[in-house]
Design a protein around this ligand. Structure first.
Ligand code: 0PR
Length: 372
């Protein structure tokens, strides 16, 4: 494909794109994604700020204000009083940056992450050129804290814990980890990419994010926050961690930068602020409650087919052990359903996002029944 000598009409180009867009499996039939249709107000706000660049916000001072508001609203939601932070492109950037900050502060050579970590942690280890030690899980698929403690050595600069694991939505025992880490003087990064905008709206999940030793927390508005892609949050408990990833930017309108990308969308800050303001706690709670009702429904329907969830889901992710997941997944795809495969344990993983309708869960299970 080459750049054309002379261009085609707007109408023609857009028609081609529309056709391409319409060929996808719509979100209504996608149970494999942690992303969802952004809230309409997020889309409007995004378009309004489409030109803005948070990488040089002296030109667009209002986007910096919006980013700061998004960061403090997120911190308040998670019950964190003392914080600093910025908007990332998502969970991957946040994990890389959090580990970079810990490595730079502690000057160590390795960190420890649970077996249940997201693969972005592996990317961080590779990019930073530091060793990643993998901690085993207990029978509830949470990190085994005593094994974790034994893995700490004089070169360990940090620990990763999960609040909403990718495969099961499991939450690691943060209080226990924090207590142990405080005794060993090791900072902890909590990856709440998925959980940050779910946990605060489920009363039974009484998770304390404001613990000693928790040095950073990440959470993604582009997952359960109903915002647009790319929207992530990274919060640090102390300035020294932010300072450890600061670079000077002499020729910009601003003196320094903390983010991994240089140029980055101010539109994401506007979109996320808009959806935060518009939904409020009540709006989010309703969305999360509906996702949890649908998660319970799919469990009931799957139990009728003889499948049990691996763990009682804490959030709207549920995984069923399934030996022949590869074949079933292929067959489901032929019928235009997308599910994902979990590896630990081998099974079918369903993420019951706000775009998942009760009716479609019933149709899905009927198709699954025919396949098995
Ligand atoms: N941390 C955790 C716990 C995650 O689950 C994810 C993404 C990340 C970090 C990285 O976040 P970003 O992808 O925003 O950088 N987990 C999802 C997954 O791998 C991402 C995803 C989203 C995958 C939508 C598929 C999809 O359709 O399942």
């Amino acid at each position: 494909v080459k750049l054309r000598k002379s261009g085609r009409s707007e109408e023609e180009v857009l028609r081609e794109l529309e056709e391409m867009w319409n060929s996808r499996i719509p979100y209504e039939r996608v149970f494999s994604s942690m992303c969802t249709k952004p809230h309409p107000i997020a889309v409007k706000a995004f378009l309004l700020f489409i030109e803005s660049n948070l990488g040089d916000f002296g030109i667009f001072p209002s986007v910096k204000e919006l980013e700061d508001k998004v960061v403090s609203i997120s911190a308040e939601l998670l019950g964190i009083k003392k914080f600093c932070g910025y908007m990332t492109s998502g969970g991957t950037e946040a994990n890389i940056q959090a580990l970079r900050a810990l490595r730079n502060v502690k000057r160590g050579k390795n960190f420890i992450a649970p077996k249940s970590r997201h693969f972005s942690i592996d990317k961080a280890s590779d990019i930073l050129g530091v060793e990643m030690k993998i901690a085993p899980l207990n029978e509830e698929y949470q990190v085994d804290v005593s094994a974790l403690e034994e893995m700490i050595d004089e070169n360990t600069f940090g620990i990763v814990a999960l609040a909403g694991s990718t495969e099961l939505g499991q939450i690691d025992p943060l209080e226990e980890i924090s207590k142990m880490a405080s005794e060993c003087d090791i900072p902890v990064h909590v990856d709440a990419a998925f959980g940050a905008f779910v946990i605060p709206f489920i009363d039974e999940l009484d998770v304390n994010f404001s613990l000693p030793s928790i040095s950073s927390i990440s959470g993604d508005p582009h997952k359960m926050g109903m915002s647009v892609i790319p929207s992530g949050i990274l919060l640090f408990s102390e300035e020294k961690y932010m300072d450890a990833i600061k670079v000077r930017t002499p020729y910009l309108t601003t003196k320094h930068q903390y983010s991994l990308p240089g140029t980055r969308p101010g539109a994401s800050a506007a979109a996320t602020y808009a959806v935060f303001e518009h939904l409020g706690k009540e709006g989010y709670r309703k969305i999360v409650e509906r996702c949890m009702r649908n998660t319970k429904l799919i469990i009931e329907l799957m139990e009728e087919l003889g499948f049990e969830p691996v763990i009682e889901p804490k959030m709207n992710i549920v995984t069923f052990e399934m030996e022949d997941i590869d074949r079933i997944r292929e067959e489901l795809k032929k019928r235009r359903w997308l599910v994902s495969k979990s590896l630990n344990p081998l099974g079918m993983r369903l993420v019951i996002m706000p775009h998942v309708e009760e009716e479609n869960l019933k149709l899905f299970v009927e198709d699954l029944k025919r396949i098995i």
